[in-house]
Design a protein around this ligand. Sequence first.
Ligand code: KIV
Length: 271
Amino acid sequence: MNDSRELPRITTYVLKDMKMRGEKISMLTAYDYSFANILDKAGIDIILVGDSAANVMAGYSTTLPITLDQMIYHGASVVRGVKRSLVVVDMPFGSYQGNSKLALESAIRIMKETGAQAVKLEGGREVLEAIDRILSAGIPVMGHLGLTPQSINKFGTYTVRATHKEEAEKLREDAMLLERAGCFAIVLEKIPALLAKEVAESSRIPIIGIGAGKWVDGQVLVLHDMLGINQDFSPRFLRRYHNLKTEILKAVNQYIDDVKNKDFPNEHEQY
Ligand code: KIV
């Protein structure tokens, strides 16, 4: 079992170096202090405070409703639990699209109020002006291409993206634009593995995949999905490492029985 106390702090520079050395990058989401603390101790390289918090924390069916204030609350909670991992906070829907001044203000709030090391936002050429402006303030930006859940109402489906020639070509170009603009890494979500391989091989920044195959520079999953806390979501790319929902149900059922049967608390568990 890993204990990250011996390992150096992860920075954007360290991540680029990992790509150059061919060391794969591990990334998971977290939204609170306790889980972030465990992931950090385990030695995860990047913790993403994803706007998937809208789904797994708040129970919304899309990521659109979560607000900047709510992302800041989750971000600050995660940062308090972390010593080594690089913490990236998602910019929520409505906090950057179509207005680079607003984008900069939102990114500055995230950095000041959470203490995170970077922000992530979705899109390519459409958000390039926003990315330029955020980068000009010295804030590291992680891009996100392919399936971009904040645009679900435009696409109407969560199926695999960039399977057609034109969409694949746009993705290749967008990845190049994001790298040239100065993004330190890009997440590629749910695209063909061979396309992701091509992008990873032609870029000098780390390409992190979720449903993008094994040839990219690192992998990210949503924590509650990979731990089996949330079992309503089972895409092909998801590997479940535990069945925590069942474990938690067992523990809570046992507690309920113990209370009902007057078995808890016993004489050693009282004052
Ligand atoms: O919000 C999120 O969890 C994400 C990951 C799926 C990459 O953006």
